[in-house]
Design a protein around this ligand. Sequence first.
Ligand SMILES: [Zn+2]
Length: 80
Amino acid sequence: MTTKLTLSSLKILVQGIASSHGESIGCDACWDQIDRFAEIELAGKDASQVLPLVEDHLERCGMCREEYEALLEALKNLPE
Ligand SMILES: [Zn+2]
């Protein structure tokens, strides 16, 4: 039996691994939760415990990290 690895079968394989582990999210999913993440952080709680996937994405994605830090600053300076 010969194993033919096509690009599409590789993609399915990679997607399967990613979803079965459920350990990483993309920028879109990160953005859906980033305001909550910032609010938890500002409330003095450990946001990485509540939203570990967002924390994980911020660790790996410099773009989202920068936006998150900007958001955090904006929230801190928000008038009551
Ligand atoms: Zn990102």
